[in-house]
Design a protein around this ligand. Structure first.
Ligand code: SF4
Length: 233
């Protein structure tokens, strides 16, 4: 595993639960609003190769926090690109931690295998835009099929999950969010995750998130369509 960083303690990744967050290197998307270009763009990724955390150091850390931590969250870049993700999750599970995976949903086979083999306890999957309109945001030419497969796998409900969209005024009209929701009507949880300004992959990115009042308005308008919708600011 190419581990680019660890947040050693969090009560926010899973509100009310103790977790550590481990970050991976590399991603197969190029979202213009991405806050982590250092872990995504090839020229930066090369530099990060000198600063990686060894698996040995990570598991040593984890062993020392068994008394404190319940969850291990595996996050960006895109963890399913890591060729030894399976064995990594297995080691974490064998130590009796719960495992959360954040994914962009582009590798459905890997997601399915991890779920089938009980190596995940929770998945947070991004839905960047309505299916068929991903490339407006991800800067990659996309077929809808892998995302449909990942959505279907999670909608089966074998494990807990959430879908989430980072909402940006330029891209996410109410109609767009309704279009997203049409594919996930029975979802357990859907989060409108507000875009926060900061460092972005597109240096000229100038778009904004929503105000809290606008998000609440959006949530109210969506409620006839969307069952379990939440706001994350
Ligand atoms: S926002 Fe996530 S999916 Fe998009 S480029 Fe960044 S790490 Fe990859």
């Amino acid at each position: 595993m190419l581990l680019s960083g660890i947040q050693k303690f969090s009560m926010l990744d899973f509100p009310g639960k103790t977790s550590c967050v481990v970050f991976t290197l590399w991603c197969n998307m190029r979202c213009s609003f991405c806050h982590n270009p250092d872990f995504v763009l090839p020229e930066w990724v090369k530099k990060q190769m000198w600063n990686l955390i060894s698996e040995q150091a990570f598991f040593h850390f984890l062993e020392s926090r068994k008394w404190l931590l319940e969850w291990v969250s595996i996050c960006w870049g895109e963890p399913t690109l890591q060729k030894d993700l399976y064995s990594f999750c297995k080691k974490v599970k064998d130590m009796w931690f719960y495992v959360k995976l954040d994914t962009n949903g582009r590798n459905p086979e890997i997601l399915q295998k991890l779920i089938e083999d009980n190596l995940l306890d929770y998945v947070a999957m991004d839905i960047k835009n309505p299916l068929g309109k991903f490339s407006e945001i991800t800067w990659t030419q996309e077929s809808e099929n892998p995302y449909k497969e990942s959505l279907a796998t999670l909608l089966e409900g074998k494990i807990d999950y959430e879908f989430r969209t980072t909402v940006i005024k330029k891209f996410h009209s109410l109609e767009n969010i309704i279009e997203i929701w049409k594919n996930i009507y029975w979802a357990k949880n859907y989060y409108l995750q507000n875009f926060r300004p900061g460092k972005t992959l597109d240096k000229n990115f100038e778009w904004e998130g929503f105000t809290e009042a606008e998000l609440l308005h959006m949530k109210t308008r969506l409620q006839p369509y969307v069952k379990n919708i939440w706001i994350r600011t």
